[in-house]
Design a binder for this molecule. Structure first.
Ligand SMILES: NC(=O)c1ccc[n+]([C@@H]2O[C@H](COP(=O)([O-])OP(=O)(O)OC[C@H]3O[C@@H](n4cnc5c(N)ncnc54)[C@H](OP(=O)(O)O)[C@@H]3O)[C@@H](O)[C@H]2O)c1
Length: 406
């Protein structure tokens, strides 16, 4: 079983547990000390943030005082979607996590989809396992582009840059160029991906892994995605982008720009989503260990309680709810220390945003992921994390979770 599949399964299991514990927290007022009064305030404020205006599936919503446009799947019933794309061939170039999820969803939605990947590479084999047929729906990259009208470039970001000299001349007038990340075109000085001026260039970026794109679709739900237009030649680019977003499995689509999408994405994953969280967990764990706490105690107080009990509450009801669900002692200390962490980390986040904006992060990523040894190099670094005492202790703690007791 691949790492991605295992991670997706683990995530789904964790999310099921999280929903259960959050539901329990609400169902049992003696556990969560969130008062009825406070809950009523939450309910009232959720009602206040309801839809402002709706025009044919386009909603203008008030996000904490700022009005933003959101598109929704309900405006694109299946028959309308199939009719809209009846003369199109969606050529999915690349069959990694997103290619798999978006491609299968569009195919299941009844659209004409073909896949283009390196012949006999890993993706070629994976695509065949998923039912794409060589010579019918599975082709070498260049042939798929020639056959497609909508070229969905879902190669890895480094590969988009490496293959561009061969791909560019095939993106001829009348075709549409689609990305799931603003990376290649926004950082064109580094990637050299400069789209032809006579095609629509659009983006749909699902806010999650391609595996989640697929599993949510199969459950009848839709992932949230960003949608943006880089170049509108036909005057239909935005409409096409929204329709494609729905076709590949989106439920809601948040309007953005290519720049904003890539800046926030690179910043977020280096920050709280991945980089900062590993750094913070490790720093907290190290201090506990240096002060004589056992590995299990240090892990439980750093990671286990966070991921299993508290963070799911933030996800479902917000930060104030989580604070209210904890003891008065915990609340007082957390309220005092939160601004200290904010002040200390603000300059780090400012430095990170600048590093994203000025292309430093892109150049590093292109260099690393463009190496022929990138898979082995990455595996080595991830093994180093896996070998850290914190995560070795975590394996034992996880095995003792209530769910695992027979
Ligand atoms: N993964 C996510 O969570 C996520 C979320 C939102 C958006 N996105 C964006 O979606 C796009 C695709 O990402 P992904 O994660 O699905 O893909 P990925 O796993 O990074 O890319 C894999 C694909 O790129 C191909 N590839 C790699 N090097 C190549 C080369 N030198 N020549 C030809 N093909 C090459 C692979 O083919 P082989 O098997 O033949 O090597 C495979 O089909 C990216 O722009 C990414 O930023 C990703």
């Amino acid at each position: 079983m691949s790492f991605a599949v295992r991670s997706a399964q683990a995530l789904r299991a964790a999310s099921r547990r999280a929903s259960r514990s959050a539901v329990n927290a609400v169902a049992k007022p003696q556990v969560a000390s969130y008062s009825l009064l406070a809950r009523n305030v939450v309910a009232a404020s959720s009602r206040r943030s309801a839809v402002q205006t709706t025009t044919r599936g386009v909603k203008t919503l008030d996000f904490a005082g700022t009005k933003e446009v959101v598109y929704e799947r309900s405006d694109w019933p299946l028959a309308k979607l199939q009719d809209y794309f009846k003369n199109d061939t969606l050529a999915l170039i690349g069959y990694g996590s997103q290619g798999h999820g978006q491609g299968l969803n569009a195919r299941d939605n009844g659209l004409n989809v073909i896949v283009g990947v390196r012949e006999n590479g890993e993706s070629w084999k994976q695509a065949m396992e998923d039912g794409w047929v060589p010579g019918e729906t599975l082709f070498p990259i260049e042939e798929a582009i020639n056959r497609g009208t909508i070229i969905m470039n879902l190669l890895s970001d480094a590969a988009q840059s490496q293959t561009w000299p061969k791909v560019a001349p095939l993106i001829t007038k009348g075709k549409t160029l689609y990305f799931s990340h603003g990376f290649s075109v926004v950082y064109k000085d580094d990637t050299h991906v400069i789209p032809p001026t006579d095609v629509d260039v659009i983006l749909v970026a699902p806010k999650g892994s391609g595996r989640t794109v697929r599993t949510l679709f199969k459950e009848g739900r839709g992932i949230n995605s960003s949608v943006a237009v880089w170049q509108d030649v036909t005057g239909k680019a935005k409409e096409k982008a929204v329709a494609l977003g729905v076709a590949v499995g989106s439920g809601y689509l948040y309007e953005t720009t290519f720049e904003k999408e890539v800046y926030s994405d690179l910043y977020g994953e280096r920050g709280v989503l991945m980089g900062a969280i590993q750094g913070l967990f490790l720093a907290q764990y190290k201090v506990l260990r240096a002060n004589g706490h056992t590995p299990s105690e240090a892990f439980n107080e750093t990671v286990e309680e966070a991921t299993q009990s508290l963070y799911p509450l933030i996800g479902q009801y917000g930060m104030d709810y989580m604070y209210n669900a904890c003891s008065t002692t915990a609340r007082r200390g957390a309220l005092d220390w939160a601004p200290i962490f904010e002040k200390t980390n603000l300059p780090v986040f400012e430095k990170l945003y600048e590093s994203v904006k000025n292309g430093t992060e892109t150049r590093k990523s292109l260099e690393f992921n463009g190496r022929s040894t990138y898979r082995e190099d990455l595996a080595k670094e991830l093994k180093e994390i896996d070998d850290q005492e914190i995560w070795r202790a975590g394996k034992v703690v996880r095995s003792l979770r209530p769910d695992n007791l027979s």
